[in-house]
Design a protein. Sequence first.
Length: 363
Amino acid sequence: MIEHLYIHIPFCPNICPYCAFYKESAGRERVETFLDALLREADAWAERIRPKTIFLGGGTPSALSIPQFEKLLGGLHSRLDLSELEEWTIEMNPATVAADKAALLREAGINRVSMGVQSWDDAVLKSLGRTHDSEKAEESFLTLRQAGFDNLSIDLIFGVPAQSLESWRSSLERSLRLSPEHLSAYGLTYEEDTEFFSKLGRGEMAPDEGLEADQFELTSHLLGESGYLQYEVSNYALPGRESRHNSAYWAGKDYLGLGPSAFSTVGSRRWRNIRETGIYSETTLAGKTAIDFEEEVTEELKSRERAAFGMRTLMGVDKEDAKPWESDLLGMENKGLVSLTEGRWLLTPRGRLLADTVAEIFV
Ligand SMILES: C[S@@+](CC[C@H](N)C(=O)[O-])C[C@H]1O[C@@H](n2cnc3c(N)ncnc32)[C@H](O)[C@@H]1O
Ligand code: SF4
């Protein structure tokens, strides 16, 4: 039985200039057809999944209207065995949170929300092309609390041009005042095919690596002081509030992805669904496979990926499992990036700054 389910909802009310996740603007007809297709795809897998975690990601799942949510959530409940479900997360954009929607989601069994606040500084929000301001973000957070959500996560982005260290500090402090159970702090990446990437190419934007490193260190320090565990390079949680879904993914467990562009890994197979929503819907509703890419995942590849993900987490990598990369790791140890502690290779605080470079030795 597959225990981890990801569902991709590809619609956004507004397209942010830095984001490369597969998404498009929502038209009503298109959403209805997409929901029919998604439920059809769920039908095909119903016998093989009993999820412990579900993650409704995007795009912006919270962009769906109440009737659309009723169709989606009702459809999932009637098709899937949810008797072992422990964690059901939905990603929400603060601009799309409302009390009636929050109540419906809670009633349907969703028990965790990850909200993309990005920053509490209105000037930074504007430069990120966000449609909400900090006041709306706070109101949305409180609305979710009032609806009974006791497991809330906030996404923040640092390394944004024109975002000073002080602006970042006050975003962290304002987040902490709301006491979320979980925080994700991502360094801005310039993803191909985004407006920011083009601006970078034209020299209209320039990353400041020194400032970004200071912001990263401040994050570990401030959140650590407040009792949050940096259980992965970009993720912080109060004890016991780590994301179970993402932890399963990093541990190399099987997962099924439904919806356009979603990846799945089951046994020795990995595949990706068609990216374009219209074609995904049409193909699925015609009873054909929505897969547009497939590969074999050998045991060797699995152990490389487990090591690369594991290295980014608090668990690190077991010394025995890391034998094939021992000489590289010893080189990294000499540079002060990793250390061997109680039989496990772990990132040092300096190594966390260069986590991607360290993880590269495994792939
Ligand atoms: C798929 S988005 C879903 C959240 C929701 N759509 C929203 O924007 O509020 C997940 C998170 O990825 C992060 N993200 C997206 N693109 C990024 C980038 N280029 N650099 C850093 N973080 C990024 C943002 O923090 C965002 O909240
Ligand atoms: S950051 Fe969120 S709202 Fe913005 S485009 Fe990406 S998925 Fe959509």
